[in-house]
Design a protein around this ligand. Structure first.
Ligand code: 5AD
Ligand code: SF4
Length: 459
């Protein structure tokens, strides 16, 4: 049995019967970014410690929690729709407790329990330790609300429990919050001030994961390059985690262009196990738009960083985030985003239409004046160009050999396994007895716009 599953079973069977969750089942659903998925692993740990047992479906749970995202309006709409289902379950089972966690909880606070009659609990990202107390409040007939943000909380002493993972790749949160105040972004309001986690606890977590059989960790933060704990910078932290084992791959996300120093680039170059992949959100290719977005770099600074990456780490994979149709964006400015995409040559991009978020600087200061159909058209142009660029990048990989960490069976066919190369590209190859968590050398023979397909050449 996988060591992690054995550990979880032990936690479940040893959970004290007197704890608040004894013999009760919880169902936890997660939306949004990797940070939310990582937070859900903390919440799982807190609930297991209370004696709760995980449930695979909401219908037989006693406690339903939804860890939510607030970054764009459609993320919140999805959660509101899901609440219809939970309301139906609650009509059948009135003692069912329904809670909202995460960024939407933090943004809307008590308003959520006023607007949605099925919600009993609202707990923000810095208040998960108080979940048992909030649940106790609900049992006593009150609503359990805690949305207090903290300047110190990093949950560094809580061991995340990674239910349902692949046992090969894991997320490690290294910091919380964000101080950047990009004008479009709700995150500084929902996740509070930036704070770094003690590096010793991060390295220990990586070591434990490695001994449990994990072979890749992703260090997470809203702005990992500004990580700082006494004299440990992000570059030093990367180095310490890289030294856990040469067989443990390290990834990290997200990097802010203004903080991507050469020191970090040289550290990535120095260690084979630090993946040659950088996610560097640009948002826009226009200097004026970047300025009103309150991003603290301009186009030429950004492209100079891309050049530094290419020079210091040849072959490095680069991905980005792009927003189409930000307030007052002209056609020329949109075209500048397209030319920047071509110059940067991204392997991958996350592309969004601007969505106004109440309370942000942009919502207070600028008009969301780009008509919906213009935003949609600009976004399709960005997506189409991205498709061409990434397809070309995949074509360039044909007939080359890549080291792949095997993550599991391909979703499309059980005859195939899949994994990623150091540049984070997904590579599919015939299963032939290759095991999860091992490294194989794959010769790429074919590609689609999104995937490389190859054959293992090292038996
Ligand atoms: N509208 C659209 N996209 C947004 N993002 C953040 N806020 C918004 C918004 N209001 C995007 C940015 C960011 C990514 C995580 O989400 O591109 O980098
Ligand atoms: Fe939002 Fe900007 Fe912070 Fe990213 S860096 S979370 S976009 S404020």
């Amino acid at each position: 049995m996988n060591k992690q599953i054995a550990d979880i079973e032990e936690i479940i069977s040893s959970a004290g019967k007197s704890k608040t969750g004894a013999n009760l089942k919880f169902f936890l659903e997660t939306y949004g970014c990797q940070m939310n998925f990582s937070d859900s692993e903390l919440v799982t740990s807190i609930l297991l410690d209370q004696g709760y047992i995980p449930s695979a479906t909401p219908s037989d749970a006693d406690l339903i929690l939804t860890n939510t995202c607030a970054i764009r309006e459609n993320a919140e709409e999805k959660v509101r729709k899901r609440l219809y289902e939970f309301r139906k379950l609650k009509l059948r089972k009135p003692e069912l407790v329904v809670g909202i966690l995460g960024c939407m909880a933090e943004r809307l606070k008590e308003k959520l329990v006023e607007e949605e009659d099925c919600i009993d609990l609202v707990v923000g990202p810095d208040a998960y330790r108080t979940l048992p107390a909030c649940i106790a409040e609900v049992r006593e007939g009150r609503k359990g609300v805690n949305v207090i943000l903290s300047k110190e909380e990093t949950y560094s002493d809580i061991q995340p429990v990674r239910l349902g993972g692949n046992g090969v790749t894991a997320l490690i949160s290294i910091m919380r919050g964000c101080d950047n105040m990009c004008s479009f972004c709700v995150v500084p309001f929902t996740r509070g001030r930036e704070r770094s986690r003690n590096p010793d606890t991060i390295v220990n977590e990586a070591r434990n994961l490695f001994s449990m059989g994990y072979r890749e960790v992703t260090l997470l933060g809203q702005n990992v390059n500004s990580y700082q704990w006494n004299d440990t910078s992000f570059a030093k932290l990367l180095e310490r985690v890289a030294m856990v084992s040469p067989l443990l791959r390290i990834r990290f996300s997200t990097s802010n262009p203004q903080d991507m120093t050469d020191e970090v680039l040289y550290t990535i170059k120095k260690y084979h196990n630090i993946c040659k992949y950088i996610h560097l959100p640009v948002q826009s290719g226009s200097d004026r738009v970047l300025q009103i977005m309150n991003r603290s770099y301009n186009r030429s600074f950004y492209l100079e960083r891309i050049k530094a990456i290419r020079e210091i780490i040849p072959g490095c994979g680069i991905s980005t985030d792009i927003i189409a149709g930000f307030c007052s964006e002209t056609e020329e400015e949109h075209a500048e985003t397209l030319t920047l995409m071509q110059e940067a040559g991204y392997n991958f991009a996350y592309m969004f239409k601007y969505s106004e978020r109440p309370g942000t600087l942009a919502a207070r200061k600028y008009k969301d004046d780009i008509p919906e159909e213009v935003k949609s058209r600009r976004l399709s142009e960005i997506i189409e160009l991205h498709r061409q660029i990434s397809h070309q990048s995949n074509i360039n990989d044909l007939n080359t050999v890549h080291e792949v960490l095997v993550e599991g069976r391909s979703r499309k066919s059980s005859q195939y396994m899949f994994g990623r190369n150091t540049q984070n590209k997904v590579i599919v190859f015939p299963a032939d007895g290759h095991k999860q968590g091992t490294y194989v050398q794959v010769l790429v023979k074919k590609c689609t716009t999104a995937t490389l397909i190859g054959e293992v050449i090292n038996g």
